[in-house]
Design a protein. Sequence first.
Length: 215
Amino acid sequence: MDNQTVPSVIYRFGQGVYINLTNRCPNLCTFCIKTKWNMDFHGNNLDLSGNEPGSGEVVLALEKELPKAPFKEVVFCGYGEPTMRLDVLLFVAQTLKGWRAQAKYPPFTIRLNTNGLGNLINHKDIVPSLASVIDAVSISLNAQDAPTWRQLVRPIPEFENGYEEVVEFIRQCVHAGIKRVVVSCVDRTGADAKSVEKIAHACGAQFYLRSFLDD
Ligand code: SF4
């Protein structure tokens, strides 16, 4: 196996160090790049082939990677939904928070990228646990109403009524005091981004229009 094909648990992008915890996701978004880009992300192979890393493996990988170059944030975001691995996510985020308290590395933020279905996935309210360890959350809403969301995000049947749950998750994250809550919408999908922005602001969150990646 050469370096190109070794699956990346940790990878770099911009000023961030990213953690790829899983390839599993209850959605099959029409705009998801993991299939379009054949599980590659800018030269990183994010295909874990079912070998999801444990907490210890992620912590060791971070200890190897973080000293290599400056970074401003550590982000839970791979080719899958990180809250599918809630226990690992919380353990690793708590470890990062501890390192930050010890000033082991220059200051950085801890962010989660999510589809907002974490409460449904875990059958419980996960927001208080998340709020205790992360600083920022980016939530993909991507639609102004439930029918559009179902059409674009294509959730598994169990979650087909999940749109309102995602909006509620956004509200909960704001109320829990997570410092930066950003709601995103991918452009050029047919969704009404202006209306998504209004929903984000009504929830007390910020809005981000994400580019449709079609290369
Ligand atoms: S929620 Fe994210 S990982 Fe899941 S299918 Fe959609 S774009 Fe892909």
